[in-house]
Design a protein around this ligand. Structure first.
Ligand code: GLN
Length: 314
């Protein structure tokens, strides 16, 4: 039964697509989502969809029953379910990352964290690209995967509080061939990583950073469907970033890289936190492609420097 429904004719799919496009228009959803979804769940290129050349195919294999597809599509239209959760995948860098409502959909701006990690490693006098890196709050595993690819000699450790997220991240590492390079841990921030104290080359994180009161005001796709655990950064949005500023110096080796994503308007506060902590040097803010101050970067200073600094105040 299921198998039969997953095989449908080009004509039938063409009809479904036409109606879905009309519904998208009426519901103020981008019409392009229809073809994006079909290209994710059927062996059809975007061009074949655009040119409608699939219409004459006798059979097309879908990954979902057409009824189930339609049911989820109605959820997209009237319940604002993100299209990536229906497709079960999100493109990120050049990966296809499996996602479910248990994980945040990896965002395009977050792709830049990997480029920033690479640039930071290049300008480091230490061979950090061969060291140990962590992705805290890994979710789908996107950042860990990006790091594993960018640093082929590194060992990556990825942590998340959610068991469901860890299961998805592991699946992604397997699918993309990085299982041997990434270790996954369920736990709270550094909790499972005590053995890495003082040894880390780099910490990268896209922590929750939205102020609690703002979460319900985000677009309904985000507010109603993405995991609150991945979004809510407490009253001022900085609870997790503050925690990472305070705790990372115990884990980073001297010269180790600290790199996080944040929200528009948080840069000044994050710079202040990093400065106040006293264990960081080379503090930098980077903008995303939209020009928003989106990333904060720093390096673990040597305790020597810290002591000297303290001496000057005596
Ligand atoms: N950038 C995400 C958003 O706009 C938030 C992700 C996060 O809190 N880390 O919804």
């Amino acid at each position: 039964m299921t198998q039969r429904q997953r095989l449908i004719s080009g004509q039938e799919l063409w009809q479904w697509r036409k109606i879905a496009q009309q519904q998208a228009l009426a519901a103020n959803v981008s019409v392009m989502e229809v073809d994006w979804l079909l290209s994710a769940i059927a062996p059809l290129e975007r061009l074949a969809l655009k040119l409608e050349s699939f219409k004459d195919l006798p059979q097309i294999q879908l990954q979902l029953d057409i009824d189930e597809l339609d049911r989820l599509w109605q959820q997209r239209l009237y319940n604002r379910l993100p299209i990536q959760y229906i497709a079960g995948v999100a493109p990120w860098r050049h990966f296809k990352i499996a996602v479910s409502p248990a994980v945040l959909i990896p965002r395009p701006e977050t792709e830049q964290l990997i480029d920033l990690a690479v640039a930071a490693a290049k300008s480091s006098p230490l061979p950090v690209e061969q060291g140990q890196w962590v992705d805290l709050g890994t979710g789908s595993g996107a950042i860990a995967l990006g790091l594993a690819e960018a640093f082929p000699q590194a060992q990556i450790h990825a942590v998340d509080r959610s068991n469901e997220a860890i299961a998805i991240a592991k699946k992604n590492a397997e699918n993309l061939g990085f299982s041997d390079r990434i270790s996954f841990y369920q736990g709270n921030w550094w909790e499972p990583l005590a053995f890495l104290k003082g040894k880390l080359s780099g910490m990268v994180s896209n922590p929750p950073y939205i102020p609690s009161a703002l979460v319900p005001q985000l677009q309904p796709e985000v507010a109603n469907h993405e995991p609150r655990l991945a979004l809510d950064g407490g009253e001022d949005g900085l609870d997790c970033i503050r925690h990472l500023v305070t705790t990372a110096p115990d884990y980073l080796q001297t010269g180790g890289i600290w790199l996080v994503e944040m929200m528009a308007g948080q840069a000044e506060a994050v710079i202040e936190l990093l400065k106040e902590q006293g264990s960081y040097t080379n503090i930098q803010i980077h903008t995303d492609f939209a020009g928003i101050e989106r990333f904060a970067q720093a390096q673990r200073n040597s305790d020597q420097v810290k002591e000297n600094e303290e001496n000057t105040f005596v």
